[in-house]
Design a protein around this ligand. Structure first.
Ligand code: ADP
Ligand code: MG
Length: 241
């Protein structure tokens, strides 16, 4: 299968609340997809299902070849293939920047300290934080902390990176530095799914826009759909953004 991620009629409910009501879309290798839609439309839930933080209840979902609709997902292998970054950075406060990045390499990938140090230096360089390796998270700005979280994900050499509103908690200047890092990854060919409210960024960086509304994909297409929406719902969403 050439698609890195594929959802076919995916369903998910929380109690009586049906959150994903038959969601279908695909993400090819090297593609950058922006997942947009109103708060509550199911974007985070869709993303969390891709990393098996939630299980799906209907339909089929393939992530890096893992069949998520079956009961036999190899979680360790899945987590090696999928990097996920959230709005909150979830860094360990008592560990340095370098140690935060190295932790997964040591525990999950079984790298030696020397190997892990080398990879950590390389990914921290990539996000522009080579000078902060010995710093602790509290000594960094929010934007720098978020870049550490991205570096930690990259260090695992995932096949796909998922970003859930990673700039929502940041002021405009810090947002810019994080978006530039993501844009650099896009240029390098990283497969990515970005849940974002940054419409200008989505228009510029995404190959494909997926607009969710009330638990379904209401519209999808190239970035031009943000300029020429085909549905009333997307037109309203873009106008309000
Ligand atoms: P979005 O990311 O688009 O804002 P979410 O996927 O976070 O949307 O949420 C979709 C709906 O599912 C919301 O109504 C939310 O309150 C609900 N929801 C999300 N997670 C849970 C959960 N663990 N338990 C119950 N309801 C949830
Ligand atoms: Mg969300």
């Amino acid at each position: 299968m050439s698609n890195i991620v594929e959802l076919r009629d995916v369903r998910k409910r929380f109690g009586s609340l049906e959150v994903l009501k038959g969601v279908s879309f695909s993400v090819a290798r090297g593609e950058v997809v922006a997942l947009i839609g109103q708060s509550g439309s199911g974007k985070s839930t869709a993303l969390r299902c891709m990393d098996r933080l939630e299980t799906i209840e209907g339909g089929e979902m393939f992530v890096c070849g893992h069949a998520m609709h079956t009961g036999t997902v190899d979680l360790a292998a899945l987590r090696r293939d999928v990097g996920i970054v959230f709005q909150g950075y979830n860094l360990f406060p008592h560990l340095t920047v370098a140690q935060n990045v190295m932790l997964g390499l040591r525990l999950v990938k079984g790298k030696t300290k020397a190997e892990a140090t080398q990879i950590a230096n390389a990914v921290l360089d990539r996000v522009g934080l080579q000078s902060k390796v010995e710093s602790y998270p509290e000594q960094l700005s929010g934007g720098q902390q978020q870049r550490v979280a991205i570096a930690r994900g990259l260090a695992m050499q995932p096949k796909v990176m998922l970003f859930d509103e990673v700039t929502s908690a940041l002021d405009p200047q810090l947002t810019g530095e994080v978006l530039r890092v993501i844009e650099g990854l896009a240029k390098d060919g990283m497969t990515m799914i970005l849940v974002t409210h940054e419409m200008d960024f989505a228009r510029r960086v995404a190959d494909k826009i997926i607009f969710m509304h009330n638990g379904v994909v209401r519209e999808q297409g190239g970035p031009e759909i943000l300029t020429n929406p085909g549905t009333e719902e997307l037109a309203r969403f873009v106008a309000a953004a």
